[in-house]
Design a protein around this ligand. Sequence first.
Ligand code: UD1
Ligand code: MG
Length: 493
Amino acid sequence: MTAALSRSEAWSLLALSSTCLGIFVNTFQGDGAPLIVSLAFSGLAYSVTYALIRWLGPTFIGAGLKGKDMSKAIKKEIPETMGAVAASIYLLILIAFIPFPFYKDIVAATSGGGNRDVVVQAAEVETGRFLHRFPHSKLSAYLSALLTLHTTTLLGITDDILDLRWRHKVLIPALASLPLLLVYYVDFGVTSIVIPRFLLPYIPNTSITNSESGLIHLGPLYYVYMAALSIFAPNSINILAGINGIEVGQSIVVAVLLMLNSSLYLIPFPGNPILGSSPPPREYPHPATDSHLFTLYLLLPFLGVSIALYTHNRYPARVFVGDTYCYFAGMVFAVVGILGHFSKTLLLLLIPQIINFLYSSPQLFKLIPCPRHRLPKYNARTNLLEPSVTEYPAERPPSNFQTMTLTALAKMHLLEIQIDPETNNIRSSTNFTILNLWLVWFGPMREDKLALGLLSMQTAFGLLGLFVRHRMALWIFSLDNRGFPGWGEGSAV
Ligand code: UD1
Ligand code: MG
């Protein structure tokens, strides 16, 4: 990879950066709309990440941060851990962005010297942060997100340098999620989730469940749930990996779908049924607007740095993203899901990752042998990818339990096995990832076609998920929080 930008790349990046700077400066003339600032910052983040990835490539290789592209005829070494560049720019942008959504509220609500003793009229505060401004208290949530993402990036880089073992890798997101969970504890403390409607008749009224409000109070268990989400999201992206563009590609799809979901909440809806003001005097912003704006502020720059990384990581890859990016991206999703109170919607958008995790679990939990790499196998003769396999040598054939599991899965077309005709033992089985399963179902294909197939499937699943979430939620829950009666802010829907 040449480290220099081509003339057209340099001019395009310069044009984009100048436009973004222009938009940014322009926001100072008005009220300084943070969403526009966030857009401008995201464009800048794209340009800077794009250029830095290119310029720093040789430095990364020199420092030993490199990997062999295993699915190419000539397996050359390219820079790895480039997710560290994307994550660093992202974190700097988030820090630079702090004054924009919070400034007014900080200035209005203090008399200087940090004293918050100026009484601001409620109406003034409301209009002050109407659609854009956050109350000062949200700053702690924002900072806890920053702290968690900083820790994640730091530990991700450690993993890329030291190539940690799997049992240690899993702990990385658990440690990194601590700032987020602790601030959630002191700041929100909401630990209830909505009970699906069909379960309501069977739920007795106890200290933790309330069938009238339709809520279940999980208490400390809710923290276990959030910690599990923070561990799951980063690791699930890291194990749906191994072909060019798939790690960043899947993260971009999730981010776009999450942004689509959050945008739905920014459209004002007529009247506020909770206030019972009918006919409503004017259109109200959705009560969850703040949470969803918060999500957009975190996801717009994420999209900027990720698209820049994707252009270098897509087939044929010029850089690898490293575990740093997988952890960072997964943690960004966990953070917005937790702080925005829509962890279930997030899980709906991670269905392909959940399926890949469940399908992988026999190998992850060592019921079936798990090789160091499970990425599809490159066939140099055809230039196509084929499912990779785990071999069972004749002297160590699979146990009865393993044979039964493998045969049953093969019968259901969820696996391909090869039988040794002499001993009748299983000689090899394809690895348990949906990348390999895709190749079992649709036959060998080129790396970019496999990535495109999976990303299209993920987009289709995601859109269907969002449709179900908003159109059919009333079948499952007693309410949909996008403007239907009965919405309650405190619940983690
Ligand atoms: C995870 C997977 C492993 C998979 C690997 C691929 C599990 C339990 N672990 O391990 O099966 O093989 O990711 O990323 O599911 N690489 C390519 N082409 C790519 C991306 C990566 O050849 O498009 C290779 C490169 O040699 C690169 C290496 O994979 O250096 C990165 O692997 P790493 O991220 O360290 O693997 P794990 O996350 O431990
Ligand atoms: Mg990895």
